[in-house]
Design a protein around this ligand. Structure first.
Ligand code: GLP
Length: 268
């Protein structure tokens, strides 16, 4: 368990307040990067890529980020765009960029197209790669070459998954191709006409190894349905049955939750 006071926990009234706060944090990261590294970065942008996530939790976050970016002076907006490099957590195996249910399509619609980013600035595993295991290794190597993740944005699955690291999962699990659990296929069925069987059976996901190696973690959790799993993640000893509980081991973990998701947390 986290030592008391080690966790930066921010509880806000609702999901829109959460989205605004998280968007502001992302914008600061995008504009500043690591101060000690920005001075000699040719683009003036980030040295370490931003780690991004998909899912319903992130929809209002990215909408709020777009609003903030649109309010920037043109020169700053241009700097942000030129310096952008992000790596997403995961992608479904079998879905390509033209499939609106792919995470690549989600990211293009949410950020790539509105911000005018090149596809290469938004990195995701290739869902159509002929060999998913080889693609997972390629993706991990590309991330390592780019310097690893700076700030990693994370949502939380109802079964405690982060990325698509399904339980049971230890803290050293690497980027890999994996089978999705029945509960995750149910959770994500809405995007597939409500049919869990239509949700791809496999995905490629960064592992807890790459996630825990990020410089900073930002876990975003909203809604009453996640109150129990958030408590288990943060206030029970880390264990493979709750993959998100390994985040407690990270020295720079910030959790932003709405009041409904935080309802079961024991607070000082
Ligand atoms: C998805 C993604 C995760 C996401 C989580 C929560 O399946 N692989 O990265 O954080 O499940 O999704 P949502 O925000 O829709 O509840």
């Amino acid at each position: 368990m986290l030592p008391p006071g080690a966790l930066d926990l921010q509880i806000l009234p609702d999901a829109s307040a959460v989205a605004r706060l998280v968007a502001d944090r992302l914008l600061r990261e995008l504009l500043q990067g690591r101060p000690e590294l920005t001075a000699d970065a040719p683009s003036g942008g980030l040295r370490q890529p931003l780690g991004l996530a998909t899912g319903r939790t992130m929809e209002p976050v990215y909408a709020a980020l777009l609003q903030l970016v649109q309010r920037l002076p043109a020169a700053e907006r241009q700097r942000l765009r030129a310096g952008w490099l992000s790596f997403n957590l995961d992608e479904y195996v079998g879905l390509g960029p033209d499939d609106p249910r792919s995470f690549r399509a989600f990211m293009t619609a949410a950020l790539g197209q509105p911000l005018g980013l090149e596809p290469g600035q938004l990195q995701l595993p290739g869902g159509l790669a002929p060999d998913p295991a080889v693609e997972a290794r390629r993706y991990a190597e590309a991330l390592a070459r780019a310097g690893g993740i700076g700030l990693q944005l994370l949502g939380l699955g109802l079964n405690g998954h982060v990325g698509f690291n399904e339980p049971p999962c230890g803290p050293e699990a690497p980027c890999r191709a994996l089978m999705l659990s029945a509960s995750t296929r149910c959770q994500n069925a809405a995007a597939f006409g409500g049919d869990p069987q239509a949700v791809p059976a496999m995905a490629i996901s960064l592992g807890l190894a790459e996630i825990l190696a990020a410089r900073q973690l930002l876990l975003v959790v909203t809604g009453a349905a996640k109150a129990t799993i958030l408590r288990r993640c943060l206030q029970e000893p880390p264990c493979a049955a709750v993959p998100g509980s390994w985040l407690q081991r990270h020295p720079q973990l910030t959790v932003v939750a709405d009041a409904a998701a935080a309802a079961e947390l024991a607070l000082p």
